[in-house]
Every structure is written in structure tokens, then in C-alpha cells.
Design a binder for this molecule. Sequence first.
Ligand SMILES: *[C@@H]1O[C@H](CO)[C@@H](O)[C@H](O)[C@H]1NC(C)=O
Ligand SMILES: *[C@@H]1O[C@H](CO)[C@@H](O)[C@H](O)[C@H]1NC(C)=O
Ligand SMILES: *[C@@H]1O[C@H](CO)[C@@H](O)[C@H](O)[C@H]1NC(C)=O
Length: 244
Amino acid sequence: MPPSLIQPCSWTVLMLLVSNLFLWEKVSSAPINVSEAVLHDLKNLFDNATVLSGKIAKLGVIMRKEFFSNSFSSDMFNKFILDLHKSQEKLIKSFNSCHTAPINIPETIEDVRNTSFEDFLKMIHHTLLAWKDPLKHLVTELSALPGCPYSILSKAKTIEAKNKDLLEYIIRIISMVNPAIKEKEDYPIWSDLDSLQSADKETQFFALYMFSFCLRMDLETLDFLVNFLKCLLLYDDICYVSEF
Ligand SMILES: *[C@@H]1O[C@H](CO)[C@@H](O)[C@H](O)[C@H]1NC(C)=O
Ligand SMILES: *[C@@H]1O[C@H](CO)[C@@H](O)[C@H](O)[C@H]1NC(C)=O
Ligand SMILES: *[C@@H]1O[C@H](CO)[C@@H](O)[C@H](O)[C@H]1NC(C)=O
């Protein structure tokens, strides 16, 4: 994932630029060479995938907000954010520590233009795989945490389930575009389970803090990428203008 703090914002700017670029250049060829019938099926799969990715991204934002506002976690979360903002260095370091950071999502227009449709698919696939186990653990740990409100737990459960559903769609899309993409599943492994299970409340809640931060960021990036690929596939002016 892009490491910079300003990433969500820069993505928005980037998308405006990219969409203008495409409109300007009137790109006419599809990014992949498939038959009309396959293109039609892909379009249907992307329709459903974008609905899912949008729902999950929203849930990621809401869950993060609830950690900050619910008395279950609000004291800790507000303390962490204040502490982090005291040191720019610490802030950047912790925000760069998301386990998905090695999945290098392009950040500049040049990088985006140099990234193939298949490489974008690979990034989406690896990001979804990278969250599969951590989300399972999140649900288990939240269920075991005394006082964890149902509103947070239920969102974690829904995100976990929908992450799997989205993964299924992406796998179906990959099998139509180029099954070889699926062969190398070298996605980053999450290794924060010890902290999430820590008996020390501060360590445990800081793990939750980082988990919910990274998750929210990645879910928003995923939503953006899935929508972006759908646009590339369709080259639909309306999609560029209205989605971004
Ligand atoms: C697209 O695929 C078809 C059939 O697989 C092939 O005949 C055609 O040459 C390909 N076109 C390009 C531009 O690669
Ligand atoms: C998309 O979702 C709808 C509603 O859940 C479902 O009926 C349809 O079969 C799905 N389309 C594809 C291509 O999976
Ligand atoms: C992008 O591709 C162009 C031409 O294919 C190349 O000249 C350029 O160095 C590439 N840029 C990056 C950042 O890889």
C-alpha cells in the first residue's frame, strides 16, 4: 500500500488527473484482449465487485470511527493519536508499518500508466489475501474481549465475510483475464497476533488501533482500484466523471 500519510487525499487528486488524462486522450482500446462474451461477463463481475468493495470500505471507516467514539476503546484510541502526533517520526513510522506496505500500489500518474491491468489485479488479489487471516483473528479476539460492543464486533464480522466474497469475485475475474496471475500468491503475512492477544491492555489496544487504521486505508484503496479497473475495462466516460 502507498505509505504516505496524505495518501487518501493524493489518490483523489491522482484520480482527477488520471480521469482527465483518459478523457483527453480518448483511449479506445480495451486494456485486455478478450472476446466480447468474456468482456460482458467481466463487466457483470466488476459490477458486483464494486458494490462489495464500496460497502466494505464504508464499514472500515465506520468501524474505525466507532473505536474512537465508543467508551470501550475511546480513551486508549484518543491517547494513541495524541501521542503519535507528538512525534512526526513516530507517526510516519507507525503509519508505514502496515503489513500490506510491500504491495506497492502506484502513486504517481507515470506509475499508474506503467502498471498493467493484470498487475493491478494482482495487487488487489494480494491485498485481499493479506487481510484474510488477520480479519479472522480480529473477529476471534474482539469476541473474547470483555466489553467489546456488538456494533464493533458485527462490523468486523461483516468485513471479514465480505472480504472473502470480494476475493471470490477477484478470483473469478482473474480466471477469465489470465489464470496465471493466481499461481503466485506471494502476499505479505500479518504478524501482529501476539500484540492483539497481549495481556497488556495498552499493547493490545495499540494493535487494534493500527489494525483498524491499516484496514481502513487498504479497504479504501481496494475500492478505488476495483472501480478504476472497471473504468479501464469499460472506458465509460460517465464512470470516470461520476465515480472519481
Ligand atoms: C487477441 O486475441 C485473439 C484471439 O486470442 C488474437 O487472434 C488477436 O491477435 C489478439 N489481439 C491482440 C491485439 O493481441
Ligand atoms: C451479482 O450479484 C447478484 C445479486 O447478488 C447475483 O444475482 C448475480 O448472479 C451476481 N453476478 C455475478 C456475475 O456473479
Ligand atoms: C514508464 O514507461 C516508460 C516507457 O514505457 C519508461 O520510459 C519510464 O521510465 C517508465 N517509468 C517508470 C516510473 O517506470
